[in-house]
Design a binder for this molecule. Structure first.
Ligand code: GDP
Length: 391
């Protein structure tokens, strides 16, 4: 082999390897998680192109590839997929029509009985039955009927409007406007607030974590999500999609990995990135109570090695009624629940479950789910809820 040939071969090898290395760098970049400040990064890429202008076909030249339809281009571009979620205030009022099914059986049922000229024993019994059928629970139902009966007698209420006012006031008292329904998302010592979301699988836990992230982003809070439900592969993917939509980072672990280590890593990442709030999704397999206790307890303990958990939200599916309530009680015994998210309230006639949940678990309902949309999670308010029920 001549020296010239050797030099030529080395030159070819350098060019080929160099090109390969450049490809690897580019591939590496495209595998990074979606950046936070996408506009700035897009500008940087436009300002400093890595490669010279590609050859663009002239008007009469056939394009070398198929045109991507405009709508596909939009969904492929990360800059266009970051959404600005709507603020959460006033959602219960906006979504009040979603309570229509509860409204017709509970609200209207009560009003139709109270509107009668003669409120005899049979009428009061009917009122009681309506409340029980709407899952209000025995204790609160007796309480409400007794108070209403007394008011009607003592105040001499005879007109439907007077009865409606008394019913509204008593229902609000029952739902309890004095409860603190704010979700504790503020951390101490410069650390993020840590929200743990627990509940039986299928109740809408992961959806709630995603929606909560949107509520926080709408309040200009910075968020990190943790996919600690490592047993359900789809849960982490689902959460990543929620995160991407609003430009929020999602920490996930290997499938079937230790949920507690994901919880730990999420809070660590939250601290490192200076996030305001960390929200952790957990697994809700109700196999044995002791298994659940070990797992959830460990997630909480290990996360708290980084920063205290400020809120534990229990997600309950409103359509599961008393059964759901019993399952929820198990969670209440395992972790110190500080608030309830009642999902699927749009799909049930049993809106009275709000009262029963609070009574049975001794914690306030803080949010209600009223649909399958991304922003269908409404902060709960006693008066607004009762007004929505009474139509
Ligand atoms: P997880 O297993 O507890 O994490 O449950 P998911 O978050 O995967 O939710 C289960 C299903 O419930 C999904 O199809 C959600 O869209 C649906 N869902 C969640 N919240 C609501 C709600 O408030 N209303 C309705 N109608 N569906 C909901």
């Amino acid at each position: 082999m001549t020296t010239e040939l050797l030099v030529a071969l080395i030159a070819v090898a350098v060019v080929v390897l160099g090109g390969g290395a450049a490809l690897l760098v580019r591939r590496g970049r495209s595998e990074l998680p979606p950046p936070r400040d996408l506009d700035a990064i897009t500008e940087e890429v436009i300002d400093h192109p890595e490669h010279p202008e590609p050859h663009l076909p002239s008007e009469d030249e056939e394009p070398p590839f198929e045109e991507v339809p405009a709508d596909e281009k939009a969904s492929a571009s990360p800059t266009t997929t970051v959404e600005r979620p709507e603020p959460a205030q006033g959602r219960l009022v906006r979504l009040r029509a979603r309570l229509a099914r509860s409204n017709s059986s509970l609200g209207r049922g009560l009003l139709s009985v109270l509107g009668r000229a003669d409120l005899d024993d049979a009428a009061w019994e009917e009122l009681e039955d309506t409340l029980l059928a709407a899952d209000v629970g025995v204790g609160p139902t007796t309480e409400l009927v007794d108070r209403l009966r007394t008011r009607v007698r003592v105040e001499g209420i005879t007109d439907p409007e007077g009865a409606r006012t008394a019913l509204r006031e008593e229902l609000i008292t029952l739902v309890d406007p004095s409860l603190d329904r704010a979700v504790a998302t503020t951390g101490a010592d410069g650390k993020p607030g840590v929200v743990l979301v627990v509940g039986v699988n299928g109740t809408g836990k992961t959806t709630t974590v995603g929606r909560l992230a949107r509520v926080l982003v709408a309040e200009d809070r910075t968020v990190v999500l943790g996919a600690a439900d490592t047993f359900r592969a789809a849960a982490a993917d689902q959460l990543s999609t929620w995160g991407q939509r609003v430009g929020v980072e999602v920490v996930r672990g290997p499938e079937g990995g230790d949920p507690a280590s994901v919880g730990f890593d999420t809070v660590k990442r939250g601290i490192e990135s200076g996030a305001d709030v960390v929200v952790i999704d957990t697994a809700g397999r109700l196999h044995t109570k002791s298994g659940l206790m070990d797992e959830l307890g460990k997630v909480k303990r290990v996360a708290e090695k980084q920063a205290p958990v400020t809120e534990v939200l229990l997600v309950i599916d409103a359509t599961t009624g008393q059964n759901g309530l019993r399952q929820a009680q198990v969670f209440g015994e395992v972790v110190d629940v500080t608030g309830v998210v009642l999902t699927k309230l749009d799909g049930t006639a049993k809106g009275g479950i709000v009262v029963a949940v609070q009574r049975e678990l001794g914690v306030p309902v803080k949010f209600v789910g009223l649909g399958e949309g991304a922003d269908d999670l409404a902060p709960f308010d006693a008066a607004e809820f009762v007004d929505a029920l009474l139509g």
